[in-house]
Design a protein around this ligand. Structure first.
Ligand SMILES: Nc1ncnc2c1ncn2[C@@H]1O[C@H](COP(=O)(O)OP(=O)(O)O)[C@@H](O)[C@H]1O
Ligand SMILES: [Mg+2]
Length: 156
């Protein structure tokens, strides 16, 4: 299942994260890809803020690698940018988190795609101008598809 939409500002990108927050359930896995500066972290800020934690708590976990926020539904935020390979990702103990009781959001997901559950929502963000971004959403597996259908309904 596939969908795409545009964001014309940082606020709209956060808004997309907030909409997704209305739709997520524990166990959902969301992969994020897009160049540096595409807006992955701003999108996660919207998601986390809508789930009840100040968005200032959200930064790319480039060095910490995993951040967990005490949101209404706990959110685990990963950044695979600095990881050597998928094994290093697994060594962080992500197996217990992926598809567990938390929502997992992974920046640079394509770098560790081989160990992510197929059942997920993949978001690719493309920079289309200085302030515009194209969001492409691809859902695979029943959980991913449910999540994307809820999001499409919430966004109409
Ligand atoms: N429509 C937009 N959505 C998100 N970020 C935008 C947008 N337009 C401009 N920006 C800028 O792009 C950058 C996105 O940064 P960030 O979210 O940290 O990206 P990433 O985590 O993908 O590296 C910020 O400097 C932000 O101000
Ligand atoms: Mg980032």
């Amino acid at each position: 299942m596939h969908w795409s939409c545009d964001s014309h500002s940082v606020e709209q990108t956060r808004e997309l994260g907030m909409r997704l927050a209305q739709c997520v359930q524990p166990g959902d896995v969301i992969g994020l890809d897009g160049d540096l500066g595409a807006g992955k972290t701003h999108f996660v800020q919207g998601l986390v803020e809508a789930l009840g934690v100040d968005r200032d708590a959200v930064t790319s976990p480039t060095f910490t690698l995993i951040q967990e926020y005490p949101t209404r539904i706990p959110v685990c935020h990963f950044d695979a940018y600095r990881l050597r390979d998928s094994d290093e990702f697994l060594e962080l103990g992500v197996d217990e988190l992926l598809g567990g009781d938390v929502v997992c959001v992974i920046e640079w997901a394509s770098r560790v795609a081989d160990v992510l559950p197929r059942n997920r929502l993949q978001v690719n963000i493309v920079v289309t101008s200085e302030s515009a971004r194209q969001f492409s959403w691809t859902a695979t597996g029943p959980r991913g598809e449910q999540l994307l259908s809820r999001l499409m309904t919430a966004t109409q």
